[in-house]
Every structure is written in structure tokens, then in C-alpha cells.
Design a protein around this ligand. Structure first.
Ligand code: MG
Length: 363
């Protein structure tokens, strides 16, 4: 059996944040590697975290890391159950199932994935022969007992190694079996690397929503969660907030719930006069469960009166709060309808969402 140790014990010295917990498409960064390890068929997974960050989850074992990377690896390898252990840095969150399989299937006490350098290399001021330079990645596979012994030897001498291959070579003289890595299996090191990772891992989709309500006298009018009139309001079962309905409708249908009418039917007395913000809260819960987040809203409201101009900022702020999207990514356009829509409010909404990429990247 092969186990995996996923290192997430970094203290964020270089990136300025604990990058393993930064959310990418709605999930913490370490989760991306976790998914690929599982996809490769590994069931015994040890997640090594910093002290005080012991996340609770039933599907992995949580172990606290040590002062150096190799101490964290040791804690994880000791807890692993397999004869062989894959050690992977969660910062290499774009690892492919193919690299994992190559490392798993190769024979040897130590297996290390590596790639050639695409750049020329200067070593001590002189050009090195690029064909003899290899850049070493993770996951690295080690025989469990061998790693534990090599670590204990290094520890007695106070020596520090930066990866498993160098530790075992340095202490036991055993050369690693090399397999082809993947140049996209890069290590998230600097803050801008997170943006690159987001572009690779997060898919964006644009959804469309629409709603129309008849306006009647003597009801308040709500748009985007803001009351814009007391005199003439939208007829409808709930508070008739056509902006919220259009966005919620787009989201629910994208997530496979049919539409707003199937989740909050107007035949259900629970929704009689309900605030539409209740629909938003429930919809956003569904979205969070799926790792979906709203990244942009572009809304057009057609309404004769009242004029929406004075309410625009308040509506944008309200939508930003309700859908957890930055204010600068909410646009709201108000059209008068040129006299064609005296008795109704009509809303068109484009909703851009980010979804985690669950499919393995090819190649
Ligand atoms: Mg409606």
C-alpha cells in the first residue's frame, strides 16, 4: 500500500500569508492536491498542518508539523500506514494525476520527479551544461522505514535537508529513481503565483437571469434588497424583489435546482410576504457547498419610476454584501423604458461565477 503525506505546515514566511489555507475557487489550496491524490487511488492520507490550525475532517488524518520541513515530513511519514509514502507539498497545487501515477508506479526506495530547466543556468558565475541540470519536484516516494532511519541519522548530526531525495542520498547513499515531472507542477511561492494558480484551477461561467413584476399601488418596492419606494411596489408572492429573483434564479438553475419557483414555490405559505434576502441566503449556502462563488454581477433594471439613480450606490453595496462579491465587480444600469413600461419592473442579470475545476488537466 502507498500512503500520502500532504505538507501544509508552512508558516508563510515568503508569501506573507499561510498560502495552504488561501481559498482557490472556494476551497483551501491544500484541498486541490488532496483531490488529485484521491483521484490517483490513495486512501491513506496524512495532512500535516501548523500548530493551532488543526482542521477537522473525517477523510484524512491530521498531524502537527515540526520546526523544519523535514521534521514535518517525519511526523507525517511516522503516522502513515503504507510501506511506501508519497510526500507532497500542498504548494504544488497544480500537480497532475499523471505525475502522481508515474511516481507511484516507478520502482525503488526513493522516487523523485524532475524536469529539465527551460532556462540557461549560471552556477557560481559560470554557465552550467543545461542538459545536466534537473529541477526537482514533489511528490517524492520513499520507503517508510528507510526515510525514518535516514531522518534520525540527519537529526543526530543536526543536518537539514530540503527534500526526501537529498536526505536519503545524503545519509544512506541511495540514489533516487528519477521520473519525468511536469513543468506545470510549480510551487506556489510568491503572492502572484496564487493568481496564476487561480487562472489554471478556477473555471468561470457566465449565467443569465431574468425577472419581471407588475407594479401596484400601496406596496413598498424592493430592488437588490433596498427599499426604493413606498408608494408603488411589485405584486408577487414574496416581497417581489425582481433584482434578487433574477440573480437567484440564474444561480439555482446553474446548480441544478430548476429555478426559483421550484425551490421557493409561491404555493408555499412559508414564502408569503417573505423577504427575498432569505432566498439569497439559502441559495448562497447551496453555492458554498459546491465551492461556487459569484465573481461579477451586471444588472439592468427597466423601471419608469422611481428613478434609481439616488439608490444606485446603496443597491450596489447591498448586492455586494448579499452575494459576497466586491463592490467594484457589481454594475447596475437603470433604464426608464421610454414610456413603454409604465406598470412593471423588468430585470436582466448576468452573473459570473467561479467553479472549482474538478476535472484532471490533460497532458
Ligand atoms: Mg420574481
Amino acid at each position: 500500500m502507498v500512503s500520502a503525506v500532504l505538507l501544509s505546515a508552512g508558516r508563510g514566511k515568503r508569501a506573507g500569508v499561510k498560502k495552504q489555507f488561501v481559498r482557490i475557487g472556494g476551497v483551501p489550496l491544500y484541498e486541490l492536491s488532496l483531490r488529485v491524490l484521491r483521484e490517483a487511488g490513495i486512501t491513506d492520507i496524512v495532512l500535516v498542518v501548523p500548530e493551532g490550525e488543526e482542521v477537522r475532517r473525517p477523510d484524512v488524518r491530521i498531524i502537527v508539523g515540526g520546526p523544519e520541513r523535514m521534521d514535518s515530513v517525519y511526523n507525517g511519514v511516522k503516522a502513515a500506514r503504507g510501506e511506501y509514502v508519497l510526500v507532497h507539498d500542498s504548494a504544488r497545487a497544480n500537480v497532475s494525476p499523471e505525475v502522481i501515477r508515474r511516481v507511484m508506479e516507478a520502482e525503488g526506495d526513493v522516487v523523485v520527479p524532475a524536469v529539465r530547466s527551460p532556462d540557461s543556468v549560471l552556477y557560481d558565475g559560470a554557465y552550467a551544461d543545461r542538459d545536466r541540470v534537473l529541477l526537482v519536484q514533489t511528490p517524492q516516494k520513499v520507503r517508510r522505514e528507510l526515510y525514518l532511519e535516514a531522518y534520525e541519522r540527519a537529526k543526530r548530526k543536526g543536518k537539514i535537508y530540503t527534500d526526501e531525495g537529498s536526505l536519503i542520498y545524503g545519509e544512506m547513499g541511495i540514489e533516487p529513481t528519477l521520473v519525468e515531472g511536469d513543468r506545470w507542477n510549480f510551487k506556489v511561492t510568491y503572492p502572484e503565483d496564487l493568481n496564476v494558480l487561480r487562472r489554471l484551477k478556477v473555471e468561470r461561467r457566465t449565467l443569465f437571469g431574468y425577472d419581471v413584476h407588475h407594479l401596484t399601488a400601496g406596496r413598498p418596492l424592493f430592488l437588490g434588497g433596498v427599499k426604493v419606494s413606498d408608494e408603488v411596489g411589485a405584486a408577487g408572492h414574496s416581497d417581489g424583489d425582481a433584482v434578487l429573483h433574477a440573480v437567484v434564479d440564474a444561480l439555482l438553475s446553474f446548480m441544478g435546482y430548476g429555478d426559483i419557483g421550484s425551490v421557493f414555490p409561491d404555493t408555499d405559505p412559508r414564502w408569503e410576504g417573505a423577504k427575498s434576502t432569505v432566498f439569497v441566503k439559502r441559495t448562497m449556502e447551496f453555492a458554498r457547498e459546491r465551492g461556487i462563488s459569484v465573481s461579477r454581477l451586471d444588472i439592468t433594471v427597466i423601471l419608469e419610476r422611481p428613478k434609481l439613480g439616488p439608490f444606485r450606490e446603496e443597491i450596489v453595496r447591498s448586492l455586494s454584501r448579499l452575494f459576497s462579491v466586491p463592490e467594484e465587480d457589481v454594475s447596475l444600469k437603470a433604464k426608464s423604458g421610454n414610456g413603454l413600461y409604465p406598470d412593471r419592473v423588468e430585470v436582466f442579470a448576468l452573473v459570473e461565477v467561479t467553479v472549482p475545476d474538478r476535472s484532471p488537466r490533460k497532458g
